[in-house]
Design a protein around this ligand. Structure first.
Ligand code: NAD
Length: 496
């Protein structure tokens, strides 16, 4: 049944919300009883008090994760059995689709249509996809001297900590715990303090699916809980998605403690280049608008820099403004709404500050205002500026619905502007000449490059996802992500 706005409002009013941590297969309050208020960006109301995990809770979660790993209660199971458990878990996420989508929407301000059709199904698919790999990937036999047998195998790294952001709360978490669990590890997940609810709920479902206690734990809390995980001497690997600043801090913590493996998925300022022979300006304009206004611009691969050839710039800006009309901020519980709330007051202030900076440095061509303030929630219009490449809003990651349009005259200039950034997460190029498009794609320093599209294939697990330079290291998604959560072992057997 497809639910109406009124249905969702009713359901939201009666939804039971769990805010306790999940450690060793059970819900627990923080050891010292501390909680924080989990507020909805839709209207500012407090949804729940959530456990504010500190050192004692982090230590407890890591200890039970270690115990489960040492006992081999998960890694030691038959691969087909482990596959079945993860598949059951994914199936349970789908069974609880409406509940999880509603939690995610209330917690993060994302439109219900997106959480129902994108976030939760994609998270379940991710778990399923890695489950499928468990009984299919083996090791290697090395071509060595005849008197030896050489095996090259991958073993789970041990206890994996996952620290994740709020923009796709469950999906970003699944990109870590999916492959980490498939590889046989124990996991301690620290969701963002801005969006902890779905992580706690899926942890309960994990037990229902048959994951042994202690294998998957959730410690909600502030950045301090993340810092404690990064510093912990019994965490073998930390997988992080979030800002470049926090990524740097996590690397420092790893260096100061036990040199745990550190995998970082960080920020971006991705260029979307439209050459004058772009094959379809209308489609490109819609893609350019979607690239920055989908999910309120709270997307690490957002196409936040639109580089347009000067000959078509004015025409193209008009088309982008027209395409942006599909993004009207509204109540995220209304299934017709495509643009929800900014995640919290802090992020709202940050976005508005960048808009002020844009007014000083460039030409505002659309939007630029906070709206729906009377709701108590945090909403911003889709906003478009025309700026020079060195403007602050064209260089720094805003993580909001603010597009910087930059004109260029030559392909070399476009490539040079595109690559002139500390980031390198994604990029796109539009041209009817595929040879030109390929050449430009090759010159773009980014982990993902789209040609004549933007964000295509995002729902496909096959593509490695991650960045060059300060957008991070390692890759989420794809079979390559499994490698991050394993150690390589050489076993050499002398026959005689
Ligand atoms: P953030 O860095 O502020 O927080 C991310 C997580 O780290 C949260 O759980 C937070 O509690 C925790 N944290 C904060 N300080 C910490 C510390 N000192 N040590 C350990 N953990 C700490 O980022 P955010 O505001 O939640 O998310 C927005 C950022 O995430 C943007 O920069 C965006 O580009 C990035 N992001 C990247 C990807 C990607 O795959 N590359 C995906 C989504 C978001």
């Amino acid at each position: 049944m497809s639910r109406t706005y009124a249905n969702w409002q009713d359901r939201a009013a009666t939804l039971a919300i769990e805010g306790r941590a999940f450690i060793d297969g059970e819900l627990r309050h923080a050891r010292d009883g501390k909680t924080f208020a989990c507020e909805s960006p839709i209207d500012g109301r407090v949804l729940a008090r959530v456990a504010d995990c500190g050192a004692a809770d982090v230590d407890a979660a890591v200890a039970v994760a270690r115990r489960a790993f040492t006992a081999q209660s998960w890694a030691g199971q038959n691969p087909r059995q482990r596959k079945a458990v993860l598949q059951r878990w994914a199936a349970l996420m789908r069974e609880h689709l409406e509940e999880l989508a509603l939690l995610e929407t209330l917690d993060s301000g994302k439109p219900i249509g997106d959480t129902i059709h994108i976030d939760i199904p994609a998270a379940a698919h991710c778990v399923d996809w890695y489950a499928e790999a468990i009984d299919k990937i083996g090791g290697e036999v090395a071509p060595v001297d005849h008197h030896l047998v050489g095996l090259v195998t991958r073993e789970p790294v041990g206890v994996v900590a996952a620290v994740v952001p709020w923009n796709f709360p469950l999906l970003m978490a699944a990109w870590k715990f999916g492959p980490a669990l498939a590889a046989g590890n124990s996991v301690v997940l620290k969701p963002s303090e801005k969006s902890p609810l779905t992580a706690i709920r899926v942890a309960q479902l994990a037990i229902e699916a048959g994951l042994p206690p202690g294998v998957f734990n959730v410690v909600p809390g502030t950045g301090e809980a993340g810092r404690l995980l990064a510093l912990h001497r019994d965490v073998d690997c930390i997988a992080f998605t979030g800002s470049t600043r926090t990524g740097r801090a996590i690397m420092e913590c790893a260096a100061q403690s036990n040199l745990k493996r550190v995998w970082l998925e960080l920020g971006g300022k991705s260029p979307n280049i439209v050459l004058p022979d772009c094959p379809d300006l209308d489609r490109a304009a819609q893609a350019a608008a979607d690239a920055i206004f989908f999910n309120m611009g709270e997307v690490c691969t957002a196409g936040s820099r639109l580089l347009v050839h000067r000959d078509i710039k004015d025409v193209f800006i008009d088309k982008v403004i027209a395409a942006a009309r599909r993004y009207v901020p509204g109540d995220p519980l209304d299934p017709a709404v495509t643009m929800g709330a900014i995640v919290d007051q802090i992020q709202l202030d940050r976005v508005l500050d960048y808009i002020e900076s844009g007014r000083r440095e460039g030409r505002l061509v659309a939007g630029g205002a906070r709206v729906r303030e009377e709701t108590g929630g945090f909403y911003v219009q889709p906003t478009v500026f025309e700026v020079k490449p060195d403007a602050r809003i064209a260089r720094e990651e805003i993580f909001g619905p603010v597009l910087s349009v930059i004109a260029f005259d030559t392909i070399d200039e476009a490539v040079s502007i595109a690559n002139d950034t500390e980031y390198g997460l994604a990029a796109a190029v539009w041209s009817a000449d595929l040879a030109t498009a390929h050449e430009v794609a090759r010159r773009l320093r980014a982990g993902t490059v789209w040609v004549n599209g933007y964000a295509d294939g995002s729902d496909d697990m096959n593509f490695p996802f991650g960045g060059y330079r300060q957008s991070g290291n390692g890759r989420d998604k794809s079979l390559h992500a499994l490698e991050k959560y394993t150690e390589l072992k050489s076993t050499i057997v002398r026959l005689r």
